[in-house]
Each structure stands twice: as C-alpha cells, then as structure tokens.
Design a protein around this ligand. Structure first.
Ligand SMILES: Nc1ncnc2c1ncn2[C@@H]1O[C@H](COP(=O)(O)OP(=O)(O)OP(=O)(O)O)[C@@H](O)[C@H]1O
Ligand SMILES: [Mg+2]
Length: 260
C-alpha cells in the first residue's frame, strides 16, 4: 500500500473564518494503482493532493506514505518523500522567463544535489538534455524547445508541466486536472502518456478529472469526493456513465442511489 489516509480533516483559517476542505476523509491507494479523482469544484481534490505530496499537513487524522506516518517524518524524510511524488499542479508553476527546455530540466531538481542543480542550469549534462528533449517530444513540444514558457498557450503549458514531472522520475504521479485546457485529441494523448509512463515503472497514478468519459475510459478505479469526504469509490467497470454524470449533476439525487 502506498497511501493510507485515516479520517483526515483539513481546515483552512482565512479572513472569512474556517473552511473545512476535508471532512474525515479515509482512502487507501495500492502501489501501481490508477485512480481517477472526481468531484465538483471545492470538493477538496487539490487539498487532498497537497496532503498526498506532503506540502500540507492535516488538521486532524493520519496520512501514511509507504506505511510511514507523514506527520512523524523528519525534514530529511519529508524531502525524500517529496522527491518520490511528482505533481502536475492545476496552476503549472512554470518559470515564465525560462525556455521550455530549461523548465523541463527543472523537473530534475529534486533528484539532484545543489551542485548538480547549479551545473544543470548553467551547463546541463548532455544526457539530461536528451532526456528532457525526449519527454518534450512525447508531449508534442519538440518544436518549442527554445521558446520562453510564457509564450506558450494554456494547453502547451499544461503539457510542459507534464514533461517536467516526468523528468523528476517519481514513483507516484499526481495530476490535478492535467487536461482541463486541452482539446479532446491532446487530452487523449496526455492521458495515454501518463499511463505509459506509469506502466514503465509500476508507478502509482492519481489524476483529478472533470471529464466523465476520461475518468471511465482510462481508469480502473474512480473515487468521488463530496464535501471533503469520499462519496464514491468504485470500479469503473461497475459504474455507468449516467451514474457518474449524476454524481456531478445532482448530488442529492446521487446520494439516494449510491454506486459503490
Ligand atoms: N488556502 C486556502 N485558504 C482557505 N480556503 C481554502 C484554501 N484552499 C482551498 N480552500 C477551500 O477549501 C475547499 C476545497 O478546496 P480545493 O481547492 O481542495 O477544491 P477542489 O476540489 O480542488 O476544487 P476545484 O475543482 O475548483 O479545483 C474550498 O472551499 C476552498 O475554497
Ligand atoms: Mg482543485
């Protein structure tokens, strides 16, 4: 088991008071599993991702990664964990003034020492450049290597963010709506790409999606969040398009006919 979340709460304190983003969420994920995470805006998907990559701590409850309690990890162990988990964020956090190639090379940062990092930006290793070019070709950006990242379209930036995570060579890939601004053809190619890379190293893949067809078409397991808890956890093979569409369309109606 790669993740075990046991009754996890996450509350944000802001000007408007306290927002409960996760409300007693429990979830386990096996190594190598492929999981689509669905749920309306505000259901807690991004918050869950940030617990899974240890950039956020739960207010209450335990998150286990590889049977280790994330809350008990030393800062050294946390850094090691963050290297093993690659995240494609909803906002891509690219460096706008750097080239496409340099942005992709940045994905290796966690893997390298400070010295290697400095060297890779100033004078990258041939092998790293080749690897970055390979991933950029995979995501269809081979002809944009020297362009600045801020000249890319939204969809191109999204694909660059995927290439950068591939450079990290992580054991777990978390992707927060990685195809939200892509046309259907590109959405398919990015989904295929994530699966291919996951296949390569028996990597775990968790992808937040708003698209019912993609969730059912690409993932054997679908987990639905509602109000910060798991409201649906089903095999895609046992889930109809209509049932999943209903999960979005009318939460109350769905509640009366659970599809687990
Ligand atoms: N930093 C924050 N401070 C205060 N509230 C927050 C913060 N981040 C998220 N929230 C709130 O927590 C809840 C869950 O947010 P989250 O971003 O996890 O949802 P989401 O499922 O990813 O939504 P979306 O589909 O729109 O990306 C929302 O009500 C949101 O407003
Ligand atoms: Mg989100």
């Amino acid at each position: 088991m790669v993740y075990l979340l046991d009754k996890v709460w996450k509350e944000y304190r802001g000007r408007a008071g306290v927002t409960r983003a996760l409300d007693g969420l429990s979830l386990s994920v096996e190594r190598g599993e492929r999981l689509a995470l669905v749920g309306r805006s505000g259901a807690g998907k991004t918050t869950l991702f940030r617990l899974l990559n240890a950039t956020l701590r739960p207010t209450r409850g335990r998150v286990l990664f590889d049977e280790r309690d994330v809350g008990q990890m030393s800062s050294r162990e946390l850094r090691a964990m963050r290297r093993r988990v690659g995240t494609v964020y909803q906002q891509h956090y690219l460096v706008p003034s750097l080239s496409v190639l340099d942005n992709a090379l940045c994905g290796g940062l966690g893997r390298w020492s400070l010295w290697q990092t400095a060297r890779s930006v100033l004078r990258p290793e041939r092998a790293d450049v080749e690897e970055a070019e390979h991933f950029l070709e995979l995501v269809g950006l081979k002809d944009k290597l020297r362009e600045r990242a801020d000249t890319l379209s939204g969809g191109q930036q999204q694909r660059l963010a995927v290439a950068r995570v591939l450079m990290q060579n992580p054991e777990v890939i978390l992707a927060d709506e990685p195809v939200a601004s892509l046309d259907p053809g590109l959405a398919d190619s990015v989904m295929n790409l994530l699966h291919e890379v996951a296949d390569e190293g028996r990597r775990t893949l968790v992808v937040a999606l708003h698209n019912v067809e993609l969730a059912l078409g690409y993932f054997p397991r679908v987990v639905g969040l509602r109000g910060g808890a798991v409201a649906l956890d089903a095999k895609a093979s046992g889930l109809t398009r209509e049932a999943l569409a209903e999960f979005y369309a009318d939460e109350k109606a769905w509640q009366q006919t659970p599809v687990t």
